[in-house]
Ligand binder design. Structure first.
Ligand code: CAA
Length: 295
């Protein structure tokens, strides 16, 4: 199961990062979006990230142009036919993912490995849309993909150990550190991270401290790079709400239940950095201010 050619479906925040690190590691990488506008946006993000890495000396200008040359942008799923590994990074919607994998299963060569970058949906459930259960697994990357070292490799009860090994080798070749986990909601990281983030919101609601002080507490007291509210805005208020719902549905435990404030913020369109307002107000992106409407 040697991986030479990689396909990435979706060129949004995660897909563009995954395509970038795959091409940087030397793989010919086909990346597909549903429209030219979305493809151009994703490629623009890759270009910006590569330029930043050159500026910081992580990448040479030559490596940057080689990386760009290995990227094969497309609007057509048919381009994935001879890929050895196809990684899906589209919207977190079970039906959409199943529909996509059903289609890919008919197009891509039967011995190729399929991986989903889902952070919360069941890999086993997505897998049922294909006829290649032994070669189906989860490869969960972290945001921002070019900087974050971790990849969670999620195996189901039927994943072939040879596919797991090929995916572990692939992740290591990207310069990432893979950790192995089983298909349970949240995997390892979100199972621990999301209840912590939800607790920070409850603490705010209960008056333990301000947004800034709770953030400072975890930054300066535990050396976290971001406090919980900065991280909530970074991950996305909508995404966190969505993951919490999935965790709550799986485990039926109160600690995974989304707090009322989280739901209200989603309804109000306060999704965090991406909409300019979350627990912080990003009107001046260089100096985010706590969102006073919330306290
Ligand atoms: N590509 C290249 N360079 C990038 C980049 C990218 N995608 N994103 C940021 N950088 C650069 C910045 O431009 C910056 O460069 P300069 O030093 O020249 O300004 C440098 O990296 C450092 O970034 P920042 O100055 O913004 O500040 P930082 O030191 O805080 O680093 C960070 C940023 C790596 C994101 C750090 O804050 C961090 O590790 N935060 C925690 C992130 C985290 O927890 N991610 C996981 C979220 S959970 C998840 O993803 C899973 C899920 O399913 C929800």
């Amino acid at each position: 199961m040697e991986i030479r050619k990689v396909g990435v479906v979706g060129c949004g925040l995660m897909g563009s990062g995954i395509a970038q690190v795959s091409a940087m590691a030397g793989y010919t990488t086909v990346v597909r979006e549903v429209s030219q506008a979305l493809l151009d946006k994703g490629l623009g993000a890759i270009e910006k990230s590569l330029a930043k890495l050159v500026e910081k000396g992580t990448l040479s200008s030559e490596q940057k142009s080689q990386t760009a040359a290995r990227l094969k942008p497309t609007l057509r799923l048919e381009e994935f036919a001879d890929c050895d590994l196809v990684i899906e990074a589209i919207i977190e919607n079970l039906e959409r993912k199943k529909e996509l994998f059903g289609e890919l299963d008919r197009i891509v060569k039967p011995d190729a490995i399929f991986a989903s970058n889902t952070s919360s949906l069941s890999i086993t459930e997505v897998m049922t849309a294909t006829e290649r259960a032994p070669r189906f697994l989860g490869l969960h990357f972290f945001n921002p993909v070019p900087l974050m070292k971790l990849v969670e490799l999620v195996k189901t009860v039927v994943t072939d150990p040879a596919a797991v090994q090929a995916a572990l080798d692939f992740a290591r070749k990207l310069g990432k550190t893979p950790i192995l986990t089983s298909d349970r909601a949240g995997f390892i990281v979100n199972r621990l991270l999301v209840p912590y983030l939800l607790d920070a919101i409850r603490m705010l609601e209960e008056g333990f401290g301000t947004i800034e002080d709770i953030d400072q507490g975890m930054k300066l007291g535990c050396n976290h790079p971001m406090g919980p509210f900065t991280l909530l805005d970074f991950v996305g208020i909508d995404t966190t709400y969505y993951i919490a719902e999935i965790l709550f549905n799986e485990y039926r435990e109160k600690r995974f239940a989304p707090p009322p404030l989280l739901k209200r913020m989603v309804l109000a369109g306060m999704y965090g950095r991406k909409t300019g307002k979350g627990f912080y107000d990003y009107s001046d992106p260089k100096s985010p201010q706590p969102n006073r409407l919330l306290t």
